[in-house]
Write a protein that binds this ligand. Structure first.
Ligand code: DGY
Length: 328
């Protein structure tokens, strides 16, 4: 690339040290208000920038890419998931896409584990009683949950986060099962003690806890549809820290209301910020505002990855975290 500084547009506020470094390295436009970009603002940014740094809130589809300026050569996503970007169309137009894998796996797996515990041990109900000021004292039969140790955990999607969850759950004494596009190396299976299921149907019908850890792609959309949810045991719980679109949220809500599933822990929702309102009223459902990777450490390391991807590209090389369209 020319020695001229790259023009970079960042669509949301990032950690202070990352923004400062961006300003040192590039001709950067930051979003100081942190208000998400409108479609028109995104289009305008894509018209004038060499590099766009979006987040999962910015839908970069075919229509928007068609309006991109000649200069736009890299979309350096601040985040691991790229289901909001039409990666194949970007590539056809000569625009590279990079992401930030790896640095948020442990934190997201922690959150999945936290949700497993919160749902099976009824933490929100306990918290609600304490907050009401009406706790009557210890009682042998109050707020009984289920023991986690010995339960069968099914992990749908055994990538970085799935494997990190398996390691944690193993320490809690859970029995680990997984379904994945590809079977893992025997060494990883041995380390995590995980049993592979080629058939997702067979796995979901046997586990006590199902954790969704696969990305959202056209082939995983509604992978947990009504038919498959019905295969689950009525005393099983479902956890999702990946993307809401993998579960048919309406079907899940109906089953929870009918008592056909014991509970759910959801950090992500099918329609973005709009969780099905019926879910909010259920004591056996824990809802979080997509905070799986929300640690200061992850957010800083995600920013460092973005910087490295842009700088490597600026130096004329392939960004280390280039997203391959067929795998997006
Ligand atoms: C990502 O990076 O895609 C995560 O979902 C953010 O938490």
């Amino acid at each position: 690339m020319a020695s001229e500084r790259l023009s970079v547009v960042v669509t949301r506020r990032l950690p202070e040290e990352i923004e400062a470094r961006m300003a040192e390295l590039f001709d950067v436009t930051l979003n100081e208000s942190d208000v998400p970009f409108s479609r028109a603002q995104l289009a305008e940014a894509m018209q004038r920038a060499d590099v766009l740094v979006p987040t999962l809130n910015d839908r970069i589809d075919q229509a928007l890419l068609a309006q991109a300026g000649e200069r736009l050569r890299l979309i350096a996503n601040y985040g691991a998931g790229v289901d909001h970007i039409d990666v194949a169309t970007a590539r056809q137009r000569g625009i590279l896409v990079s992401n930030t894998p790896g640095v948020l796996s442990d934190d997201t797996a922690d959150m999945a584990m936290a949700l497993i515990i919160a749902v099976t041990r009824r933490l929100p109900e306990g918290q609600a009683i304490m907050q009401s000021g009406e706790w009557g004292g210890w009682s042998p039969m109050a707020l009984l949950g289920g023991r986690i140790s010995g339960r069968k955990l099914g992990i749908l999607g055994m990538g970085r986060v799935g494997q990190a969850l398996a390691r944690r759950a193993k320490c809690f004494g859970m029995e680990i099962h997984y379904h994945n596009r590809r079977r893992l190396h025997p060494d990883i299976e041995a380390e995590t003690g995980a049993t592979y299921w080629e058939s997702l149907d067979q796995m979901v019908s046997r586990v006590d806890v199902l954790s969704i850890n696969c990305p959202h792609t056209p082939s995983t959309f509604h992978l947990m549809n009504a038919r498959r949810l019905k295969l689950m045991k009525p005393d099983a719980v479902i956890i999702n820290t990946s993307r809401g679109e993998v579960i048919d949220e309406n079907a899940l809500t109906r089953m929870l209301r009918a008592g056909e599933l014991a509970g759910a822990g959801l950090d992500v929702f099918e329609h973005g910020t709009e969780a099905n309102p019926r879910l909010r009223a259920m004591p056996n459902v824990v809802l979080l505002p997509h905070m799986g990777s929300a640690t200061r450490e992850a957010r800083r390391e995600m920013g460092e990855k973005v910087l490295l991807n842009i700088q490597t590209f600026a130096d004329g090389h392939r960004p280390p975290d280039l997203v391959v369209p067929s795998l997006a």
